[in-house]
Structure formats: C-alpha cells, structure tokens
Design a protein around this ligand. Structure first.
Ligand code: GLY
Ligand code: MN
Ligand code: MN
Length: 443
C-alpha cells in the first residue's frame, strides 16, 4: 500500500484507538475515585538567561490521545461517558505563527475548543479531576483533585506498551519515512560525504525538520561507530570512509521508528561481521512472540554474538565461557532493545504490572530497558551490535578476559568502529511483523 493510502486509512482506526484509551482511563479513574482526567500537552520552555525557547516536544501522555504535536498549552479533558475535549491553545500572536486548528477526520471523535490563553484553562476543568503532565504556574488555580497519581499513571503507562491498530499504522508510516531516508543516507555515504552531509541527505529525504526526528541522528564514519550514541556530525569527510553506522528514525503523528544500519565500503572482515550480525539479528527478530520474556531475547543475543566472535576469531574459547565471563559484554555492551512508540524508549519497559512495581534487569545488565514479557501488539526494537570500544577493550585486557581476545584481529577491526543492526518489530499471534524490513522492501 502506498503512503497516501495508508494515511487516509489512519483516521478510520482512530476512534477504536480512542475507545481503548478511554477504557483504560475509566478503570483507572474508578480506582482513583476521580471523575475526570486532564492531560497537559506541556508548555514552551525558555532557555536559561535567554529569550529563545527549547524545541517543544508534547507530553507523550497527551500525544497518546491526540495527534497534536505543535500546540503547547493545550489540554485533553476526559469525563467518562463523554466525548473527550481538546482545549486547543491557539494564542493570538503576531511574533509566531499560532498552530493551525486540526481538521482531519480524527477530530470528529473529539470536542475541540480553542483557548487563547492559559487563563482560560481553569474554567474548563471538571470537578474531582486528576491531572497528568508537568506542573505549571497556573495549574494550582485549576484545583485538581490529584496530580500525577500512580493509580492512574501506572495503568496508563503499562498499557502504552500494547499498541492499537491505529498506532501500528502510524508506526508503519514512521518506518516508511525512516527507510526512505536511510537509503538516501547510504547513497551519500557511498559518494564519500561527511557525517554532516549524510545527515542533511537523511533529513531532506525524510521531509522532517531536525526537531521532528524521534531522537538525535547517530551518523558515525569509521571509529565513530564505536561510540554508542555518537552525535558529533563531523563537517569534513575522512580521507577514507571505511564504514558507516547510522541510527536514525522517522516520525509520524508523534510515533517514531528507530532504525540502525551498518555499511562497509569494501569486502573484508568488517563486511563479513555485518553479514553475520544481520543473520543473528533476524533470528532474534523471529523470537518476538507473545509470552516470551524479553530478557531471554537479550540472553540469546549474547550467545549468538559469542558465536560470531568465535567464528571471526575475535575471541577464542567457547560460547558458554564467553557469555559467563562477560566477554561478550566487551563487544556488546548495551541491551538488545526496548519498547518503541511515542518515545524512542517508550515508557513502562520495566513495569511489573498495571499496578506499578519494577522488573529488574538481569544481574550485570543494568542497561536492559525492557524486562517484561511480550504480548500481542507490543512493539520492540531488536538491535544487536558488535563494537571495538577502546575503553572496554582496555579494561578487558587488564583482567582475565583479555587472554581470550585475539588482539591482532581486534586491532585490525578497530578502524571500523563497530556495527549495529536495528529493526522495529510488532509482536503478533503468529509471525512477528517487522516494520523496518517491510518498509525497506516497499521502497
Ligand atoms: N537510537 C537509540 C536506540 O537505538 O536506542
Ligand atoms: Mn533502539
Ligand atoms: Mn536506534
């Protein structure tokens, strides 16, 4: 299906999405003895000692209800049994262009009221309302019954992991945008562009402003690939671009994609590593099934990476020993992935249940952001990587692990930085849906 057909189908899915949200909210409001829910979009923040503002990113709790990303000072008000109200903040302003009132078909599911100033908000707040969002100067005048009560925040955050068909449709579009931009970035890389020029090629192909990206682009040539969140964007291309690691996403209606690809400029051990990593990554993507404990995918990733490291003669020994001694962690020092949605690391990844609580990550793996069991509709990333990180290699050399590392092979691979491959995968009853692979295949 082309993108315009997908976009026109979205609004038909929105009412059911809203119904799912109101169902969760109804239960949480009853449990909290509140009669209404008010969610703030957030406000523009001024930079310290400055009269310019930070880029506005609307509260994800608000964006879950309405695809409005550009109207700070807006509120969503929900009273059980009634159509939700959107208080759309459209100031009268000649310095800035006020946000345009949305008119797409989804707006029919809401009652939309324009407000010109925050002073108008208190008059719209129902009695015994619970408020979700950041607290602002005028909020006390609204006399909320509760502010960010865990009895409402926890169930709503927990439920966010399971995406509605509307949300998955938004994420398909975010994936299509990301895939299109990745192809343009690869072409720029092959033409010898600098990191900065690759970034510009990515932006142009995505049609997004930098502030609309779901996260800061990671575009690393050569050794830069060994820094997990490298965001320097060198303006000058290196004399030789041996490798590119690009981790960059698209965004649609506030939903993101989170895609990483690694490229080699020529055949050799680094390209072979990418090929092996990709095969392992695809195996891990196929593990995304209902009932699976996500940490088990992380553990499987360590075993697969151990195999790759052994076959590439980067290490010696056995898979079991490499995992048990933490040797694989020298080369793969991050989690296998996370929840994805309105936030690149979507909320609730470690939440034990809708009542709150925490599922701790496995010992020694503090960076694993998702520790829950998968359910149908949960969208995750699967992003194994193998890196040659000076800091971690130095530490390993100083302890027992250093004896199992083949240093000449490592030294030959250091100039390539590292490789990561990341797809976004929907948990389904049968085969998982790989949003990323589908998006690339549709180009
Ligand atoms: N792009 C950040 C991440 O992959 O988690
Ligand atoms: Mn990710
Ligand atoms: Mn990523």
């Amino acid at each position: 299906m082309d993108m315009s057909a997908q976009i026109s189908g979205l609004d038909r899915l929105y009412p059911a999405h809203l119904a799912a949200l109101t169902e969760h909210a109804d239960r949480a409001l009853i449990a909290s003895r509140c009669d209404a829910l008010v969610i703030g979009a957030g406000e523009l923040k001024y930079r310290y000692l400055d009269d310019t503002t930070e880029h506005f990113i609307a509260n994800p709790q608000f964006r879950a209800w309405v695809p409005v990303t550009d109207a700070p000072g807006s509120y969503l008000i929900y009273v059980p049994g009634q159509k939700p109200t959107l208080l759309f903040h459209q100031p009268e302003d000649y310095w800035h262009k006020p946000p345009s009132l949305p008119t797409a078909a989804w707006t029919r599911a809401l009652d939309i009221k324009i407000i010109r100033s925050p002073d108008e908000v208190p008059a719209h707040i129902p009695a015994r309302a619970a408020y979700l969002g950041e607290e602002f100067a005028h909020a006390p005048r609204c006399s909320f019954a509760m502010i960010n009560p865990p009895s409402i925040v926890d169930p709503l955050h927990y439920a966010r992991a399971v995406k509605t068909p509307y949300e998955i449709a938004c994420m398909r579009l975010a994936s299509a945008i990301g895939a299109r931009a990745h192809v343009a970035a690869e072409m720029a890389y092959r033409a010898g562009a600098s990191e900065y020029a690759i970034h510009l090629a990515y932006l142009a192909a995505s049609g997004l402003q930098e502030a609309e990206l779901p996260y800061t682009n990671i575009i690393a040539l050569n050794e830069g690939g060994s820094i997990l969140h490298y965001t320097t964007l060198e303006r000058v291309a290196p004399l030789v671009s041996r490798s590119l690691l690009i981790d960059a996403g698209g965004q649609y209606r506030g939903y993101g994609s989170d895609i990483t690809r690694s490229y080699a400029s020529e055949p050799g051990p680094y390209l072979e590593l990418i090929t092996q990593l990709e095969q392992a990554q695809q195996k891990l993507c196929r593990m995304v099934m209902p009932g699976v404990a996500y940490p088990d995918i992380h553990s499987a990733a360590h075993r697969l990476i151990a195999q790759i490291l052994l076959e590439a003669r980067i290490i010696h020994g056995s898979v079991e020993a490499a995992v048990a001694t933490g040797l694989t962690g020298v080369f793969f020092p991050h989690g296998i992935g996370h929840l994805l949605g309105l936030q690149v690391h979507d909320i609730g990844g470690r939440q034990a249940s809708s009542q709150g609580g925490t599922l701790q990550p496995p010992a020694g793996q503090p960076y694993l952001r998702l520790t829950r069991r998968l359910e149908v509709g949960v969208v995750v990333t699967i992003e194994p990587g193998i890196y040659f990180i000076d800091l971690l290699l130095k530490k390993a050399r100083a302890d027992d692990r250093g004896k199992s590392i083949c240093w000449d092979v490592v030294d030959a691979l250091r100039p390539f930085g590292g490789a990561r491959i990341e797809d976004n995968v929907v948990t389904c009853l049968t085969e998982p849906e790989n949003l990323t692979r589908d998006a690339f295949a549709a180009l």
